[in-house]
Structures are given as C-alpha cells and as structure tokens.
Design a protein. Sequence first.
Length: 169
Amino acid sequence: MSTFEDNQYLTFKIGEETFGIGLLNVKEILEYTHVTTVPMMPSFIPGVINLRGNVVPVLDVCDKFFRKKHSPDKRTCIVIVEVPESISGARMDIGLIVESVYEVLSIPSSEIEPPPTFGSRIRVDFLAGMARQASGFILLLNLLRLLTVEELTALEETREEAANAVPAV
C-alpha cells in the first residue's frame, strides 16, 4: 500500500520536457551557484558544490540526456537528491542542474504508465515511468539508473578526494 508522499513528485523542466522525481528522494532545492570543476569527469558532471561542509557532486541533466549544455539563468536550480543506494551501499547526495522547478504534484499510480520501448528522445532506462497529464506526459526519473556503475564509482571517488582535500576547521 502506498502512502500519500509516495505519489508526490517534484516536477521540473529540462529542454522541452517536463520531468519528475519522487519527493521522498528530494532533500532540497538550491538557487544555482558556482560549481567547482573536477578534472577528468564526463562533460555532464561539471563538478562539485560545498553544501554546508559536505562535497556534493553535480550532474547537468540537460547534457546527460540531450548532449546540450544548459547556460544557467535566474531560473536555474540545483535539486539535491538522495540516491537510495550507491556503489558502496551507502546513500549518496547528488545535485541535479535543472532549467526550472515547477511544482510538487500528487500523481495517482493509475496515471503512471511504464516507459515506452521506443520513440523517446532519451534512453528509457533512466525512466521509472510516464505520468499522463492534460498537457502531455511527465517523465518520471529512476534515480538508481540515472548514472552507470562506472559513473557512480567515479563520483564517489571524486567526492572522497575532495572531502579529504578540504582542511579541517
């Protein structure tokens, strides 16, 4: 049996598409801030941010899905999400750069369809499903599949290296 929160999604825009993430995975939404570049990372991982003393890797979702860089503007946000289980078995926070955040929607399970097997402009393995809405579909992200094992490993190593490089205060 699902609870009310299980059916709530934070919706946001990337390119021409509307995406959603389960609200229980969203920790906070930040105004876009400077991202510190980390060498030798894929182009869709521009770097890390310091979030209250914690190193948080940042993912440019537009670059990951559409291979286009998004130029930050006043509506650009970094959504801090908790990936349920990373390579080490621990939870991991990741910042997602999104063009703009819309709203939190309650979407009944009956309105969610499985991802299509064809016709989507992004790889469907990133998707948990598609929510029918009057204006079209909301693409619901699967955080466990957003990054490959290799990408998650690289992020964890980068996060640990950056955390060790910060002098203790």
